[in-house]
Design a protein around this ligand. Structure first.
Ligand code: PLP
Length: 438
């Protein structure tokens, strides 16, 4: 049974320095000051803090550690390439090999371009769409997250006071009003409202960007295919943000899993065993807007980055992809994820706490709500305080999770799942008695 060791003086000193030298301080897994931690190391499905506590990790670096921490195949590939240099700007052998492997893996990919983060991948995807369509406006879905750039940080999961559709809400100071003027917002899983907005702005729209599974809300039957049909009919590029779903829901991402093909997609996170990567993939005619012919004519799209396609991330990605191609890997991931989803749902019903488990087995969360969860406004109606409290109680019991997500890796064992369900039972018990006493 996990018993949390008290914070060591060493960890307390690191936390203090973090607060002093970093404007927002060290990131806290549960937002409770008592539970702030500094990581010592990650190994497999475990994360260790600087006070000697080891947690079962479902935060997984916010998703990238699909193979678990320090997977031996990734570590060995990276160790080897470091002897040969780790940034050339020019493409190395692994970069070319990775481009071919990505085109083989991703259904919509005729060509790919590499970046270092998911934010860059979505940023460049939107730039490509604007250049291709020779229009400026982008439509996104309320509550969808596409990274930290100005076009993306609008009407995301941090929008506590949404505006009427299609008006965007900035989620940060510093986003120019002129950028807001180029973004339209629609409700996820509501094709009728979306179609009205898209059709009435069709002549201004450069592209539509969507997380195929928005946070942990899966698309309703027909939503993605209807969105595909709508955008295709109007000649508007459809961009899937697969930064979370890519290689996680299936080797070919959500476009394989839900069987709907976008024109362009942005990937990142799960590809490369935690080494920084972003991938922009798509139809040749759109991707060729960044090709030499267009650039020579002065109409090309610039997509460059110093670390784009760097050899370390490239060999790490190739090693990770080899592991993911092994037979049975996704079956195991789904089986264990599903068992945890079902275990959590059963506990909520046993303790008579209104909640639903939403998502797909490799990424999901327990949402405390009596209703359905189809879009961002449904999420806003969930009991966020109970959700945060549940995460804190889990952490006291040796389980760390992402804010609003459980990410499962291919190295979480059956025992990890059993131990997590046992921790969740004890957390639910405590939650239930706290609710009874208020
Ligand atoms: C769906 C989605 N898109 C884009 C991003 C941005 O990726 P990065 O943090 O690598 O810039 C994230 C990050 O959480 C994400 O979840």
């Amino acid at each position: 049974m996990f018993e949390r060791k008290p914070r060591s003086e060493y960890e307390a000193a690191l936390l203090d320095k973090g607060k002093r030298f970093m404007p927002s301080g060290p990131r806290n897994p549960t937002r409770s000051p008592d539970q702030a931690m500094i990581v010592k190391r990650g190994r497999g499905s475990r994360l260790e803090d600087c006070s000697g506590n080891t947690y079962i990790d479902y935060l997984l670096g916010s998703g990238p550690m699909l193979l678990g921490h320090s997977h031996p195949a990734v570590v060995s590939a990276v160790r080897e390439i470091l002897e040969d240099g780790n940034a050339y700007l020019l493409a190395g052998e692994a970069c070319i090999e990775l481009a071919e492997a990505m085109v083989d893996a991703i259904p919509c990919a005729d060509k790919v371009y590499f970046q270092s983060t998911g934010s860059e991948a979505t940023f460049f995807a939107l730039r490509l769409a604007r250049a291709f369509r020779k229009r400026d406006k982008i439509l996104k879905f309320e509550g969808g997250y596409h990274g930290m750039h100005d076009y993306a940080l609008v009407s995301t999961q941090w929008t506590y006071a949404p505006a009427d559709f299609p008006t965007p809400v900035a989620n940060s100071a510093g986003i120019p009003a002129s950028v807001l003027g180029e973004v339209l917002v629609a409700p996820f899983n509501d094709i009728d409202t979306t179609a009205k907005i898209v059709e009435s702005h069709a002549d201004e729209l450069a592209g539509v960007i969507v997380e195929p599974m928005q946070r942990t809300i899966p698309p309703r039957d027909g939503f993605l295919s209807d969105l595909r049909e709508l955008t295709q009919r109007l000649g508007i590029p459809l961009v899937f943000d697969e930064v979370v779903t890519g290689f996680r829901l299936a080797y070919g991402g959500a476009q394989e899993y839900y069987d709907v093909q976008p024109d362009i997609c942005a990937l990142g996170k799960s590809i490369s065993g935690g080494h920084p990567i972003g991938v922009l993939a798509g139809r040749a005619d759109i991707m060729d807007c960044a090709g030499p012919a267009k650039l020579m004519s002065g109409e090309g799209v610039l997509l460059s980055g110093t670390y784009s396609g760097n050899p370390v991330s490239a060999v790490a990605a190739l090693a990770a992809m080899r592991e993911l191609r092994k037979p049975g890997v996704y079956d195991g991931l789904f089986e264990r994820g599903r068992r945890l989803m079902e275990g959590l749902a059963a506990l909520a019903s046993e303790f008579e706490i209104p909640a639903i488990v939403s998502g797909e087995p490799p990424a999901f969360d327990l949402w405390f709500t009596e209703g359905d969860l189809a879009n961002f406004r449904d999420m806003l109606r969930c009991d966020g305080k109970t959700q945060a409290r549940f995460a804190q109680l889990l952490m006291d019991r040796g389980v760390v999770k992402a804010h609003e997500k459980f990410f499962v890796s291919i190295v979480h064992s059956d025992q990890d799942i059993d131990d997590t369900i046992a921790a969740a039972r004890s957390a639910m018990e405590q939650l239930s008695s706290e609710r009874a006493s208020t």
